[in-house]
Design a protein. Structure first.
Length: 213
């Protein structure tokens, strides 16, 4: 039976700002360090504590537009006046090695990815309420009140796109939401091709050996 490397599974995860997407992904990867995280390009300013090549590839607008003209991006979008994009190289470098990969992007980018990677799994994370979302944004203390107001307005537009995602999680209780996100990745690992690749000897023995006695 062939043991050729099969591509990794791509997971696209979206949520409105403040829904807890980044925290859930961080906690998931602490439990599953084998899962890679795609690093996107962005023109937005680097926030305190962010590292180049870890959180984003930080580029200026002219660099981003040059890459865009070269067709380097699987998806790109403008969000709050800044550009974000995921390169083909960033995805294939991981997937072609058989690594599962998380792409953390907004719904606009996810729509574009769905056209190019129709077998990707799409997950949307919702907050339990608009009040909870507002409280989380305020507690982050990263944005001015007018920016928070704009994010809340945009959140409703983003959340209206939930219906075409494969899975929807409600991040009311963090641990429960993490468990549910973990379940999505567990199910992905149980796909027939993955199980057959992970246990070739077992499948060969079960299908070829004669029953004892």
């Amino acid at each position: 039976m062939s043991t050729a490397q099969i591509p990794g599974q791509l997971f696209v995860i979206s949520a409105p700002s403040g829904a807890g997407k980044t925290s859930l992904i961080k906690a998931l990867r602490e439990q599953r360090p084998e899962i890679a995280l795609s690093v996107s390009h962005t023109t937005r300013p680097r926030r305190e504590g962010e590292q180049e090549g870890v959180h984003y590839h930080f580029v200026d607008k002219s660099q981003f537009e040059a890459m865009l003209a070269q067709g380097a991006f699987v998806e790109h979008a403008e969000v709050f006046g800044n550009y974000y994009g995921t390169s083909f190289a960033a995805l294939h470098n991981q997937l072609d090695q058989g690594r599962d990969l998380i792409l953390e992007i907004d719904w606009q980018g996810a729509r574009q990815v769905k056209k190019r990677f129709p077998n990707a799994w799409f997950v949307f994370i919702l907050p339990p309420s608009m009040d909870a979302l507002q409280q989380r944004l305020e507690n982050r203390a990263q944005d001015k009140p007018e920016v928070i107001a704009r994010r809340l307005e945009e959140a409703q537009r983003e959340m209206s796109e939930y219906h075409w995602y494969d899975y929807v999680l409600i991040n009311d209780d963090f641990n429960r939401a993490l468990s549910e996100l973990n379940a999505v990745f567990t199910v992905a690992g149980l796909q027939t091709d993955r199980q057959r690749h992970a246990h070739p000897d077992l499948f060969a023995n079960l299908l070829t050996q004669s029953p004892a006695g």
